[in-house]
Design a protein around this ligand. Structure first.
Ligand code: CO
Length: 433
């Protein structure tokens, strides 16, 4: 019973963290706050970096991707990097978002961000969060916005108006997914947004605003063994990686925690995993420590990376959708992901490395492959390998309903992921591919 209470405590902490992080901008700000509380110093890409042995630092790009690192006290042997992503599929508000309908309704004009399960966004209270830009002197600066109340909703079409609704329906983002915002005249949205941001509506020069699900996270099931929330993919791994970093020490390896934006749209942005963000950060750490060029190559060659992004559990109603002999499920431990086409970067060597870390940490590990006739998804690992070419492994927390507005995972797995992050950050175990 006490064991279950410990697991649930971690999950409640995660659900609080997710509630405060309706999108990437808030997630980044919340991680920055936690890092600052723990003595990490913020560095800026635009300014000189003073990095000392034993020091702890973090850097942010675009307000939506973050890399935190702890420099070892002794001569640095390499980097131990854990990467996850902070964005989740949602809807983005377009410019001029308000649309009047017959002087009766005001809807919001939105477009899809990422590949969501559209039906899961219907008939539930939603709100708006993100950032707005204002001018301060000679600079355009951003202010976080979270309206923090039930503001809009996307109503389903009644069964009487679509008798075939239960026989498979193709949702159209243009016609089916416009959230209802008000009755009567338009013009209120930016006032509400401005008030939430603490600025005047006329000061707002630009915005990145997204919908989010207002439903609170919940622990449920016969013995409280499941939990559900929006954005578990991939804030759960970002949270576990951060917790692991903040509770680990390593006096030989630099510990690096990074969380990227834009994974759900392919990572090819200035701050995504395909960008130079991680590479630039590692190079600047080594430059600030005055490592010779040759020593930098040696340091990178002695580094390793875990890409942590949620994984598909066997579905209770669709067990046939999973692979024949690699069938991860909730509450059975860390999921190690493989793909022959290298959608996942795990190979025999890094898989062995991960299994050994799990064994050292006393946690269980299960394996995932796509069913051989299914393409499956992809993630950060192979994309990061293009910029930072170090031995790497793809793992995740098992979950159901990936890319739903309300996803489900196992209460007993979260602590294992935190424990694995600690083991990875603090261990000196190496790979020799
Ligand atoms: Co993901």
């Amino acid at each position: 019973m006490r064991e279950q209470e410990t697991h649930s405590r971690y999950v409640r902490e995660l659900l609080d963290f997710i509630e405060k992080s309706p999108g990437c901008f808030h997630l980044t700000a919340n991680m920055a706050w936690a890092l600052t509380q723990a003595g990490y110093v913020r560095l800026y890409e635009r300014k000189p970096w003073e990095v000392r042995p034993g020091g702890k630092y973090f850097v942010i790009r675009n307000g939506s991707s973050l890399a935190a690192f702890a420099v070892p006290k002794k001569e640095m042997a390499g980097f131990r990097i854990m990467a996850s992503h902070g964005d989740s599929p949602t809807f983005r508000l377009k410019e001029n978002p308000e649309l009047e309908l017959e002087e009766k309704y005001v809807r919001l004009n939105v477009e899809k961000y990422g590949g969501m399960l559209m039906s899961t966004w219907l008939d539930r209270p939603l709100s708006v969060a993100g950032r707005v830009m204002i001018r301060e002197g000679e600079t355009i600066v951003s202010r976080l916005v979270d309206v923090k109340r039930d503001l809009v909703l996307i109503p389903s079409l009644a069964i009487h108006m679509n008798r075939k609704a239960n026989e498979g329906y193709a949702f159209n983002a243009r016609t089916d997914m416009m959230p209802l915002f008000g009755c009567g005249e338009k013009g209120k949205l930016m006032e509400i947004v401005a008030e939430s941001a603490g600025v005047a509506a006329e000061q707002i020069l630009g915005s990145d605003l997204f919908l989010y699900n207002r439903e609170k996270g919940s622990i449920w099931g016969a013995k409280g063994e499941f939990y559900s929330s929006g954005r578990l993919d991939d804030q759960a791994c970002a949270f576990a990686s951060l917790k692991g970093l903040l509770s680990s020490e390593n006096d030989r390896f630099a510990m690096v925690h990074c969380v990227f934006d834009n994974e759900e749209v392919g990572s090819q942005t200035r701050q995504g995993a395909a960008s130079t963000f991680l590479k630039d950060t590692l190079e600047r750490i080594m430059m600030a420590l005055s490592l010779t060029r040759e020593k930098r190559f040696r340091t990178l060659a002695s580094s390793c990376l875990i890409s942590a992004d949620n994984a598909h559990s066997v579905h209770p109603n669709h067990p046939d959708k999973s692979d024949a002999s690699n069938r991860p499920c909730l509450n059975k431990g860390i999921v190690l992901k493989y793909s022959a086409n290298q959608k996942y970067c795990t190979d025999g060597v890094s898989g062995a490395f991960l299994k050994e870390l799990c064994r050292q940490a006393g946690i269980s590990c299960q394996t995932f492959f796509n069913r051989s006739d299914m393409a499956g998804g992809s993630t950060l690992g192979n994309i990061l390998s293009g910029q930072v070419s170090v031995p790497s492994v793809d793992i995740g927390l098992a979950q159901l309903a990936m890319h739903s507005a309300y996803e489900t995972a196992g209460v007993f797995d979260l602590k294992d992921m935190i424990r694995l992050a600690q083991e990875f950050y603090s261990s000196d175990l190496m790979m020799e591919p």
